[in-house]
Design a protein around this ligand. Sequence first.
Ligand code: HDL
Ligand code: ZN
Length: 414
Amino acid sequence: MQAPASLPETVTDIVARAPVYDIHTHLYDPAFGELLLWGIDELLTYHYLVAEGFRQFDLPYETFWQLSKTQQADAIWNALFIERSPISEACRGILTTLNALGLDVKQRDLPALRQHFAQWNVGDFTTRCLEVSNVRKVCMTNSPFDDLERPVWERGFDRDPRFVAALRIDPLLLDWPNTAPKLRAWGYEVSADVDGQTCGEVRRFLADWTRKIDAQYCMVSLTPDFVFEEGAPDPVAQLIEHAILPHGRDHGQAFAMMIGVKRSVNPQLRLAGDSVGRGDISAVENLCAQFPENKFLCTMLSRENQHELCVAARKFRNLHVFGCWWFLNNPSLIEEITRMRLELLGLSVTPQHSDCRVLDQLIYKWSHSRGIIAKVLTEKYEGLAATGWEPTRPEIERDVQELFGGAFERFLRS
Ligand code: HDL
Ligand code: ZN
């Protein structure tokens, strides 16, 4: 008779088996063709590794950018994997992915790795990655302002049900003067000054695209200095108050704010050039308090914002906190933030999203996060057991499903 599994073993097993809804990624339905990135050269040239590579390169930025994708990958492989051990999270992640795909990384043989990926087609590889990572649903980031993406939506395509859409509207909120002419060109009667008609037309634009892509939520990334006061005259506040939020109420659609990005602090790094700044939690509190009929999703990029974001979520049930985003997506910070969230919010939170830009990354980002989330959850269940409250396997399975997308889906339906 086998001894019953220990609590750590039970929690680890349940977390490993629980399918995940990955609620924010930059992946695409395979129907988008080249926009869906995958394979070893895309893994190696992920902007996280570009930033780390430049810390070791002595070549000028432009020299690197003029290299082919393969040459860029070679440079990063040599600098971060061969000439020194790949111990950073982004480097280790590639090795976790390759190992999980059954590849022998100790050979350190990049040409052999390339030969392996060359044998895959995107459809089969998509299924393989979703299976290995145990991800049941991937939410994309879909922008009507992306000139490569928009035509695919306008042409129409048979959707892969494993990929759902989120409506990304950064240019509308962050660059209205240059965005208004685009909406006019698309047939929306908007003007540079944000008046009543303009807000009505922006609502029509949001509704059209919500229907077109079946948007699960509407999202924007915001700089650290983002503030909000009801009635404020600036275009951003006006568009939020008189277009985005009424649209959200009309469609029961949540508004996701990703706050704290300092865009392009080093433009020579291109996509890798963004940084982080502490945001103002009062903007989130004001929106949640002044618009109780709206649903807000929020993740903040600064470690210093995490505790106050948890406290804000305790105050407002129309606020759902998610993810250890970007510069927070590292074991030490995921553990700290997840422990804080479980202690303050219980299971009414979505601890993680992957933010993947390359399909294969699903494997490592979820493998690494599952391990940390299981560790923190075990600690919490052991705390319960110490009081005499014995958590059962079905209860733990139910709880983990909540954390891995169930609470999020319920919040979106609420
Ligand atoms: O704005 C965002 O959605 C960020 O996630 C950026 O895309 C960023 O470049 C990123 O990929 N972070 O992981
Ligand atoms: Zn993102």
